[in-house]
Structures are given as structure tokens and as C-alpha cells.
Write a protein that binds this ligand. Structure first.
Ligand SMILES: Cc1ncc(COP(=O)(O)O)c(C=O)c1O
Length: 353
């Protein structure tokens, strides 16, 4: 009863653009489809630990295969880590607004969410997060770039934060969108792995690698913490085709990262144009932008839907809009100037003056 039923990003009509789930707009790579087509043994269970994929990721990141744990999407890994760490009477701290799955995943463990408001610029207030930690806190989730605001945590901010929290408190660094980051100041969890015994980094093949439909994510971190996550996992939920497609994607990474660069370039162009039109929006670093439309959120989302742009409204905070096809960017820019002009003065998405 404490949980709202999960509602997926709205399906788009055939003529509309689906910009509601931060998916990758590019079609799968032919080489990935070929690898999937060659999958024959689907009458057999998959390798329970996706060892070949763990080996490959271990090589990529310079860690052992046991310091890699694969899940059916990084959301499954979040669930496992939280179930392992927290229960009734415990607390899990995270910034809010952030990834909409966090509250429900915490509730399922029996623990209580402690939500620390985002800074006015959409970023994490890490000092306030650290100040919210009590003896009951079992885990902190840090999301960078933050879904839905697109703001990053910097390397310096993160180092200061880690120095201020207990070394035995689990810190989950959710880097689902890390490949889209172009700001050099942003934290990168991988080089920090050896430094902190309490840090786990989450990444996914759903966004930059375009495999959202196959459900593959991974955790990097200390063996003992990953073993705890393994113990709460639903066995055999990572499929053989999912692991195969992830390996094929790593083998064709350069092509995929070229697409990531195109999406980041599209994002930068869109942001600059919107700011020029009078929008006030945080600097985006994921594959999405955040329009803090406040009370006008539902109305603006309806106007975008009429124009064939299906977005994710979070009334009364704002709208998250994925960077999709180039045509969708052009379509948005045709109507966004009129929309920002019609927002009442004082709306947080409208620049003053
Ligand atoms: C911040 C964040 N973390 C994790 C996920 C989960 O992604 P997946 O389970 O597809 O790996 C998402 C998906 O939207 C996300 O936005």
C-alpha cells in the first residue's frame, strides 16, 4: 500500500517522438544484431554470473572479474544492494528529485528514505546529505549526472563528501549516464574504486550502449559488498542474449561512443538554443535536459505532446526530455520560444529580465 504502481514512460504514437525514458535513439549496431542472431542455446539456462562479460569488463577497468557484478539492468543492482544493506528501522539517504525508482526500492527493503533537496541549480547538496547521516543510515545513493536534472557531482565535491562519511557506510555512485559527460570537473567513479572500501559504482548498457531492451547493468566495487548483492539477487535473471549483446557492444565500443558524442553535441546545441530563447535550465550532462516548469509542468507537457513530443512530466517540479532524434530537437525548438514566453513571471524555467 505504501508503493505507487510503476508507470512506464508513455508509449508514443507512430508519428510522435518518445523522449520520456532516456533511451538511445540510434538503431542497434548490425554487429550486435548479428551476435544476437547467432544465439542458439536459449533452451539452456544462462551462465549465472555472466563470467565472460565480467572478464571483459574487468579487463576494461583494470579490476578482477570478481569485482564486477552483472544485473538485469542497473536498477536490479540497486535493489540488490539496498536489500543487502537496509531493513526496517534503517535509513537510506539520497538527493531529491532524483531517479524515480529510488523511493520504491528503499520502501521494499522496509527502510525509510531520507530525501535531501537538490540545490537550486539541480545539483546534489552533498554537505546536507552528509549532515543527514545518522547511526541508522545504511546507504547513500549519489546520482551523477543526476536524473532528471542532468547536473553532475564534481571530483572535488565527491572527495570532500567521501572524507566526511563513515568508511563503513555504503556509498552507491549511480553513473548510468556517465558516458555522456563532457564536463572535465565531473567525478569518475572508476579511478576511485581502490581508494574507498565502501564505494560501489553502477553503470549500464541501457543508455550509451543502446541495449535498454536487453536489461544489462553492472556494479564495480569491493568483493565483499558485491558478494552481499549477489546473495540478494534473483538467480539467473541476466539472460544469455543480454550478456552476448553487451560483449558485442564492448567489441564495437568506438562506434557506439561516436554516437554518444553525437548525442552530447545535440544536447549542447539544444541547451544553448533554449537558453538563448529565455529558458533557465541546468547545464545538462546526461542524454536528457530538465525544464523546471514548476506549477506549469502538466500544461507544458500537454503542449509538447500536441506537437508530437512525448516527455516525462514530474508535476509540480518540471519536465525531463530525452535527447532523441535530430528532428525531435528541431521540432522542440520551433515551439519552445513561444512556450517560455507564455510562462508566468516567476516560473523557475523562465529567465528573469
Ligand atoms: C539514474 C539511473 N540509474 C539507473 C537506471 C536504470 O537503468 P537500467 O536498469 O536500464 O540499467 C536509470 C534508468 O533510467 C537511471 O536513470
Amino acid at each position: 500500500m505504501a508503493l505507487p504502481a510503476y508507470r512506464q514512460g508513455k508509449p508514443a504514437a507512430p508519428s510522435a517522438f518518445k523522449l520520456s525514458s532516456n533511451e538511445n535513439p540510434f538503431a542497434p549496431l548490425p554487429a550486435v544484431l548479428e551476435a544476437l542472431g547467432a544465439e542458439r542455446d536459449i533452451n539452456r539456462y544462462p551462465d549465472a554470473t555472466a563470467a565472460a562479460l565480467r572478464e571483459k569488463l574487468g579487463e576494461k577497468y583494470g579490476v578482477s572479474a570478481d569485482e564486477v557484478h552483472i544485473g538485469a539492468g542497473s536498477v536490479a543492482l540497486l535493489a540488490q544492494l539496498l536489500l543487502a544493506a537496509a531493513g526496517p528501522g534503517d535509513e537510506v539517504v539520497y538527493s531529491w528529485r532524483s531517479f524515480e525508482a529510488y523511493p520504491s526500492l528503499v520502501t521494499v527493503t522496509g527502510a525509510t528514505s531520507v530525501q535531501v533537496p537538490n540545490r537550486a541549480d539541480g545539483g546534489h547538496d552533498l554537505a546536507a546529505i552528509a549532515a543527514s547521516i545518522t547511526p541508522r543510515t545504511r546507504a547513500v545513493i549519489v546520482c551523477t549526472p543526476n536524473n532528471p536534472t542532468g547536473s553532475i557531482v564534481t571530483d572535488d565535491e565527491f572527495a570532500e563528501f567521501m572524507a566526511s562519511v563513515p568508511a563503513d557506510l555504503l556509498v552507491i555512485l549511480d553513473e548510468a549516464y556517465t558516458e555522456f559527460v563532457t564536463d572535465d570537473a565531473a567525478v569518475d567513479g572508476v579511478p576511485l574504486l581502490g581508494r574507498y572500501p565502501n564505494l560501489v559504482v553502477l553503470r549500464t548498457f541501457s543508455k550509451a550502449y543502446g541495449l535498454a531492451g536487453l536489461r544489462v547493468g553492472y556494479a564495480l566495487g569491493p568483493l565483499a559488498i558485491l558478494d552481499a548483492a549477489r546473495s540478494t539477487a534473483i538467480p539467473l535473471s541476466v539472460t544469455g542474449p543480454g550478456a552476448t549483446a553487451a560483449i558485442a557492444s564492448l567489441e564495437h565500443e568506438a562506434e557506439l561512443l561516436d554516437r554518444v558524442r553525437q548525442i552530447a553535441e545535440r544536447r549542447g546545441r539544444l541547451w544553448t538554443s533554449l537558453v538563448d530563447q529565455g529558458w533557465q535550465i541546468p547545464r545538462p550532462q546526461g542524454n536528457f535536459i530538465w525544464l523546471p516548469t514548476g506549477q506549469q509542468t502538466t500544461d507544458v507537457a500537454a503542449r509538447l505532446a500536441e506537437a508530437g513530443l512525448v516527455v516525462r512530466p514530474f508535476q509540480p517540479d518540471g519536465i525531463r526530455l530525452s535527447i532523441g532524434e535530430e528532428e525531435a530537437v528541431q521540432k522542440l525548438l520551433q515551439i519552445s520560444e513561444e512556450i517560455v514566453g507564455s510562462l508566468p513571471e516567476g516560473n523557475p524555467a523562465r529567465r528573469l529580465g
